[in-house]
Design a protein around this ligand. Structure first.
Ligand SMILES: Nc1ncnc2c1ncn2[C@@H]1O[C@H](COP(=O)(O)OP(=O)(O)OP(=O)(O)O)[C@@H](O)[C@H]1O
Length: 236
């Protein structure tokens, strides 16, 4: 079980920018979607979270096809966008209550986890703050706390480390690994290949909208005649 992407083609105004993508992120697996700017990573993630219709192909999460059961499919996923999306007039606590309600998850049952996450990211005591009071990195942490508060089957993260301090990056990696061990499927995009090699199971490499490679760090490096510790040179 987990996420299955089958023969996916998607784009804008009817023109494909990704074509015939087929790969899976099994429950318990962490996969990094990589590629140069414009390769189609964000376009693929948008399809995975159910924004926009594919030109072709299908997406299935734990056996539920997005096109057949869009509400159920979306309820089982948590998403952390590249740019924080927060409502100006809602406090931090109100955002977290709203997120739980939107996913049909019991507020009281989850609040202990919310508080532990707030403390982990040093946001405790700030529940009454509005987004305008937060720095960019703190806004990103709010999105992380919201996503990890949910009992989701799939976690999708676009550029997880952008704007986060080193401590928060480490906490986030630890959380991703913990949740994967508990059976969550994790799909992220990143440009930080060496860092990702330390915690992802597989890389999915996009080149001009096509899947050029899928597999672990060692095989990815070897496919370009590099040692694993030279992964950052993949695109040079
Ligand atoms: N809203 C849009 N309308 C039209 N074309 C778009 C739109 N968004 C992206 N594109 C095009 O789709 C292609 C893939 O873009 P995408 O954002 O998926 O790439 P990416 O791999 O995520 O890049 P980056 O590393 O810069 O984030 C690019 O050619 C881009 O110009």
């Amino acid at each position: 079980m987990g996420l299955e992407i089958h023969n996916l083609s998607a784009g804008y105004a009817g023109q494909p920018v990704v074509s015939n993508l087929t790969f899976s992120v099994a429950s318990g697996q962490i996969v990094a979607l990589i590629g140069l700017n414009g390769a189609g990573k964000s376009t693929t993630l948008k399809q995975v979270i159910g924004v926009g219709r594919p030109l072709n192909g299908s997406l299935t999460l734990d056996g539920q096809r997005l096109e057949d059961e869009p509400a159920l499919y979306k309820q089982n996923l948590a998403y952390i966008p590249e740019q924080p999306v927060l409502y100006d007039e809602l406090t931090l606590d109100e955002h977290l209550h709203l997120m739980l309600a939107a996913h049909g998850q019991d507020d009281a049952e989850h609040w202990e986890r919310v508080e532990a996450l707030l403390s982990l990211f040093r946001l405790d005591g700030k529940g009454h703050w509005l987004p305008k009071h937060f720095s960019k990195g703190m806004q990103q942490k709010v999105m992380i706390v919201a996503a990890f508060s949910l009992d989701a089957h799939l976690l999708v993260i676009d550029e997880p480390f952008l704007g986060l301090d080193v401590l928060a990056q480490k906490q986030l990696i630890r959380l991703m690994k913990e949740r994967a061990e508990q059976g969550m499927a994790v799909l992220l995009t990143t440009h930080l290949l060496s860092q990702a090699a330390d915690f992802v199971d597989d890389f999915a490499l996009l080149e001009q909208g096509q899947l050029a490679f899928f597999g672990p760090a060692e095989a990815l490096a070897a496919s370009r005649h590099l040692a694993t510790n030279q992964l950052d040179e993949l695109f040079s």
